[in-house]
Design a protein around this ligand. Sequence first.
Ligand code: SF4
Length: 238
Amino acid sequence: MKDNKIILVEPLHYVLQGEGKNLGKKMILLRVAGCNVQCPDCDTTYSWKFSKKDFLLSYTKEELLKEIYKINNKKNINHLLVTGGEPAIWQEFLSSLLLSLNTFFFDVETSGYDEWKFIKNHPELSKKVHFNISPKIGALKAKKFSDLKDIYILKNPPLNYIVKIVSSRKTFFEDLQQIEKLIEYYGIPRNKIFLMPFAKTREELLEESEFLIDQCFIYGFEFSPRLHILIFNNQRLK
Ligand code: SF4
């Protein structure tokens, strides 16, 4: 945590959660800068591959709390969505922030390759945090972490979590082998696995969804649409 500040890649704003178990819920979105995974097919490269036109914002905890409460007062939203990039690299700052927001609930998006010590250090947070864990074992591959055993968070899983896996018609049966190994290695209940279509545009999303929904019924997984692509196509939201 440099100078007790966190770096964001976009201003705080309110959104609907577009994926996973809390799909459609109103949340305040906090998108952190930086990622230690750096997938070649990442759909938010602007969060870690910075160019001159990207503007980075730095906040102290107090400044951020002020911004969060501004939205909370106007829109009556008490759910914070922490995403990136990879929020785990800011977990010391985030643990302190989340502990200060005692009337809030949290969705945290993570690739899962870090330990997330703060939950262990603050068990009172664990009931309020829902982890959306997205290991890169499906159609999205990470260069750096290729071993299933590297998904640190699943070794001692948090109280509330799902595992989101991006898959596609083209790679599904290969992905399925990896998913089955993951389920067996970590003892994950099948209904915690959410399949998400590999898509960057609305057209691709619709093409991929029908096939994946069928597979969810066959293999006992859940399906996650990608609401932001469905509604806003491939526009970057601010
Ligand atoms: S872990 Fe997520 S943010 Fe990081 S590169 Fe992969 S897809 Fe992008």
